[in-house]
Design a protein around this ligand. Structure first.
Ligand code: TYM
Length: 333
């Protein structure tokens, strides 16, 4: 049977890259009646220095944001990673099946550790914990943005390795690779839109007010051609805007380009940017409003998470028992 799992770090605000690369898809899958589990991965988010008070607020904030986007706790299991003990436990087992050199090849480690004087061990084994997240639920599908694909491939490898060594346990994982799943920075379209980017002008946050969204879009780096075309290699800036437009509306990039063909786009595509701003504002307004309602109900948010923990634990415990048995931790002779 198909089971879908994905995770998101509770760091700062959800941006449009997270939304289009992941969350929007999660909601479609949920609404199609799939068997879906979403995790707020607090353990991953402490691999870089953090403030405890802020983390604890951010967990509730992320919960409210995901619900506001359309995650429905009746249809989805939504839970906080650290409340299910077996993630860390399975991580240890999988750590025994991978090698130092294998993890060194993963690009996110290189990027994230570049600026650090002393590199936490957890940053290095981060992808192993991610693999444990996925395998613990015997997930078959993991909808993520393109930046996470290599981590899912590691999970895939570890599942195969475990199965070979200890007997068939984990299903194979389907990785969907789709170049359009990478939303770029508005300030530098050669980089991805990212929570950790110093300048907040580089990303559109889901909870940004309309004035802010419009301001950031107006300043989005494009080029000197006033025509709207979709050529990701040649014109990364405008193509990124078309990607966003296309993913929000479900129309193809070509369709978007031909729709705005006759538009006098003005200097630096200003008019096109305003057309896109309208689409974004219309999509995000109801989400922002629902968020401000939910964030005033922490007891409800906590209840949702508690319920998620219960349901996630049920599944995770079964897998963990099976793993313990297979690797010889049980001595029931
Ligand atoms: P995180 O929290 O950085 O991002 C959450 C999701 O958003 C996607 N994403 C993007 N998609 C398109 N364009 C962008 N610019 C962009 N930026 C972020 C990410 O690909 C991701 O799908 N390690 C993961 C969290 C995680 C996880 C897991 C995911 C932990 N365990 C198990 C899947 C399965 C992360 O840091 O995502």
């Amino acid at each position: 049977p198909k089971r879908i799992f994905s995770g998101i770090q509770p760091t700062g605000n959800l941006h449009l890259g997270n939304y289009l690369g992941a969350v929007q898809k999660w909601i479609q899958l949920q609404d199609n009646g799939e068997n879906v589990i979403w995790s707020i991965v607090d353990m991953h988010s402490i691999t870089l220095p953090h403030d405890p008070k802020e983390l604890s607020n951010n967990i509730l904030k992320m919960t409210a944001t995901l619900l506001a986007c359309g995650i429905d706790p009746k249809k989805s299991i939504l839970f906080q990673q650290s409340t299910v003990d077996t993630h860390a436990q399975l991580c240890w087992i999988l750590g025994c099946l991978t090698s130092f050199t294998r993890l060194a090849r993963l690009p996110q480690f290189k990027e994230k550790s570049e600026t650090l004087k002393s590199i936490p061990l957890s940053l290095y084994i981060y992808p192993v914990l991610q693999a444990a997240d996925i395998l613990l639920y015997k997930a078959t599908d993991v909808p993520v943005g393109q930046d996470q694909v290599q981590h899912i491939q590691l999970a895939q490898e570890l599942a195969i390795k475990f199965n070979k060594k200890f007997g068939n346990t984990f299903p194979s994982i389907c990785v969907v690779e789709d170049a359009s799943q990478r939303i770029k920075s508005l300030r530098d379209p050669s980089k991805k839109m990212s929570k950790s980017d110093q300048t907040s002008k580089s990303r559109l946050d889901i909870l940004d007010k309309p004035e802010i969204l419009i301001e950031k879009l107006k300043k989005a780096v494009t080029d000197f051609t006033s025509k709207v075309t979709y050529e990701p290699e040649k014109r990364p800036g405008v193509s990124n805007l078309v990607t966003i437009h296309s993913m929000l509306t479900g129309k193809s990039p070509d369709q978007i380009c031909s729709e705005v063909e006759g538009l006098d786009t003005g200097k630096y595509l200003l008019i096109y940017k305003l057309v896109l701003a309208d689409v974004i504002v219309e999509k995000l307004n109801p989400i922002r409003e629902e968020f401000s309602r939910l964030i005033r109900e922490p007891a409800y948010l906590q209840e949702v998470l508690r319920n998620g923990t219960e349901r996630a634990t049920e599944i995770a415990s079964d897998s963990w028992c099976e793993v313990r048995n297979k690797i010889g931790f049980e001595n029931d002779i």
